[in-house]
Design a protein around this ligand. Structure first.
Ligand code: CP3
Length: 360
């Protein structure tokens, strides 16, 4: 047993939702739909609220987090909220000097380049996450029947930012460190897996209904390197989240990366209930690759939201049809909403997916 105080003041998450049912392969009333990066720059009401507050400041303000997380739920009628935060936040809270530069992404003041840098990285302590507990509890109370998805960055993707010092295409420094310093690499990913687990556990205990682990850049690795040098650390995060046999709530785990076509079965076997798929692999083919034990999430190309209505509708229908090959399907994009997206196109996709998949 955990101390009663930790749980008693967290609101009860919805007992049942299409998101959780689809994620666990149970029958749904209609295919649930949400969008990666649904909270953010495509919404004028977001830009208005965020004006004058730095991104990583906003993420630690429970009032702003609550309001920004709710905006896309109100506007689009999506079937899940995703916490407004960022994958680098656990590092920032632990004391790493990181800034998110608009239009660039996370920039690390002192990149991790040596074994000593790895050992000097501060650990995240649950006591530092009071703002997160407050925000999640408030959100769960406000969301009512709509489930909240908590999330964290996976150890590999966080390591790429720490080592490169910022966004990168080739991730060459990251790979060089992984090959040259295999023991320090394992220590670095172990540290990052512990902080990701603390960050996710805090969200689940405060009432999140599902979690997504973002390993956005894992697709740059070969299957062999991914399996030996990364997967065990992601599995440590996902396995740490609960023992269903012990009667915990079913909190499904979604695991996503970009360009992971060759890694899909491994992404699943790291401890996922749902494998997130980008737009490159059709969902019926992805279902074949992961096998019958997993639901799928995805995978409309985010750029299709910029196309004309007929093209958009045809692509949404294709994704819905191909998604029927999976054990369960959570409709989403293949990656995040692009900044120039018309919010009206997003609302339209939600309505169309619901219309195409409603049981009579
Ligand atoms: O999905 C959501 O709506 C929830 C919020 C969310 C953000 N970042 C908010 C954000 C989530 C889930 C993330 C995850 C995240 N952050 C990932 C994994 C998902 C992915 O895209 O693969 C990654 C790689 C990051 C790192 C990061 N943070 C990037 C690459 C950027 C974009 C930089 C830019 O401005 O183009 C950010 C900044 C960021 N994270 C913004 C938001 C709303 C934009 C900052 C702003 O509005 O000023």
């Amino acid at each position: 047993g955990t101390p009663a105080t930790a749980d008693t003041s967290s609101p009860t998450p919805p007992a049942d939702s299409d998101l959780v049912r689809a994620a666990l392969g149970r029958p749904v009333d209609r295919t649930p739909v949400w969008f990666m990066r649904q909270a953010g720059r495509s919404l004028p009401e977001y830009r208005a609220l965020r004006a004058g507050t730095a991104m990583l400041q906003a993420c630690q303000d429970p009032d702003l987090v609550t309001e920004i997380t709710l905006q896309p739920v109100r506007r689009h009628g999506v079937d899940a909220a995703i916490l407004f935060s960022d994958i680098v936040l656990p590092l920032v809270v632990a004391g790493v000097d990181i800034e998110i530069k608009p239009g660039v992404g996370p920039v690390v003041a002192e990149p991790v380049r040596t074994v000593a840098d790895v050992d000097a990285l501060p650990d995240l302590h649950p006591d530092q996450l009071g703002f997160l507990v407050t925000a999640v509890r408030r959100l769960v109370a406000e969301l009512g029947p709509t489930p909240l998805i908590g999330f964290a960055g996976a150890p590999f993707t966080l390591a790429t930012y720490l080592i490169e010092g910022g966004p990168s295409k080739e991730h060459a420094r990251t790979k060089a460190f992984m090959y040259a310093e295999p023991e320090a690499w394992q220590r670095l990913l172990t540290k990052l897996s512990v902080s990701a687990a603390v960050f996710l556990r805090t969200q689940v205990d405060a009432g999140a209904s599902a979690v997504q682990l973002f390993d956005s850049w894992a697709g740059v690795l070969s299957a062999t390197d991914y399996a030996a040098r990364v997967l065990p650390h992601s599995r440590a995060v996902l396995d740490g989240l609960g023992d269903r046999a012990a009667g915990e709530r079913d909190v499904p785990r979604i695991h996503f990366g970009v360009g992971t076509g060759e890694l899909l079965p491994l992404i699943g076997s790291a401890g996922a209930d749902v494998v997130g798929v980008d737009w490159r692999v059709p969902l019926d083919e992805a279902a074949r690759r992961v096998g019958p034990g997993y639901s799928l999430q995805g995978n409309l190309d985010p750029a299709v939201l910029l196309a004309d209505r007929d093209t958009l509708d045809a692509e949404v229908r294709r994704v819905v049809e191909q998604g029927r090959a999976a054990r369960g399907h959570v409709f989403n994009l293949g990656h995040g909403v692009l900044p120039d997206t018309d919010p009206g196109a997003i609302t339209h996709v939600v309505e169309l997916v619901h219309e195409l998949t409603s049981r009579a």
